[in-house]
Ligand binder design. Sequence first.
Ligand code: GLC
Length: 465
Amino acid sequence: MKVLLVASEVAPVIKIGGLGDVIGALPKALEKISVNVDVIVPFFPSVNTEGLELYKTFDLHVPFANESNIVEVFKTKLPGSNVDLYLLKNAKYFVGGSNFFANNITETQMFAFFNKAVVEYVKSSFNTYDIVHCNDWHTGLVTAMLKDELGSERPRTLFTIHNLNYQGIGGPALLRDTGIVPGEHPLIDWDLADGDLNMMQQGITSSDFINTVSPSYAKEILTKEFGSGFEDILKSREGRLSGILNGIDYAAHPRSYDINSVEEGKKEAKKVLLDRLKIDKKYKNSPVFSFVGRIDGFQKGLDIIFEALPDLLKDDAVFLLLGTGDKTWEQKLIDLSNDKTINDKFSCNIMFDLELANLMYAGSDFLVVPSRYEPCGLIQMIAMWYGTLPVVHDVGGLKDSVKNGENGFVFNRYSSGALLTSLKEALSVYGTERMQEMIQNSMQKDFGWEQSAVEYKKLYERILS
Ligand code: GLC
């Protein structure tokens, strides 16, 4: 079985978010159980080529927007593995980074072009892939174009939803650019009827199978609350929809202690962390809560943190935050951290810093993940590996990985009140025997990729049968 994994990012070569972590780790785990997987991504200028042996293989001629565009195909190995990684280079379309709109190219055009290039690549590699495994809206048009180009000879397709809320909505002209002929694809015509082309919708409706990154999210997206308008479409495809919990790549998260030395190890890590963030020495034994992640006011629960924080900090507690994103929310959080009554207990770090993130996972006592919705979420699992107890909302992958009172704290209702109750429960176990037991439980959990890879292999086999 030969699989082509298609995505917009792959860690550690290009990493923007959790999607990159998954695309970087899943193929390595699949390789270990004898699934032959190649990965293909755009060659953005921001690609980290350090230590990569990169060589150019061939050129593709990609028809797009009434032009024949040359795409250079570079090949390398995914670091730490024998997995072939293909990077598609084109100076006009793959500008990437924060500069999506350079050359007057929109994000949807960029990825529609990427999809077209992937299809040309599949053709030029003699159509040897059994499965093309697409990820999120950035790859949503691949299946429709494969059908056009290869008909019934095309590889089977799997479309993985990592986050239904980011959809990639482009104008109808996008269709013309890709060369897809209107009138020949009922699903595309249906999508266009409202005046735009939704790449997430295309991925969902055209792919042979669909999955998401946790079993709970796979059920949640069938409801109005979590379905982002796709609940009915998804329900009609329920028989082909499943959920597989992501794993985490332990190698990417070094720690200086293990389950037997966690008490001492965490003390040391906490000291380093609090010193680094210049927290007053008088708080050196206080419980430390952290938030690490994208500053996304809708998804990540920042509104309820914002409301609960002043109350939490009336107790003996310190709160650390690390992340970047939505400017309005960044400013609100900075303003709150300047409030005189709490400014020595709330450290607000608006930045992207992987090393500080790892230090926070290790040196904090609790990691707060109060997301409104969370397809999988990786950081609660990473926290547990470091013996840091997660405080989470009962949704998606958070629900599937944290058990209340056993290895973390889970609250049911999305509200600052419910969050605060959970945070206070965490405070009440702080420093007790019970807390040490919970830490042991959390560190015993194995969230490695092995099990998830076995599930993907089974799904691939199902798709082929
Ligand atoms: C998205 C989701 C997150 C998931 C990640 C990897 O970022 O929001 O929940 O863990 O993709 O699948």
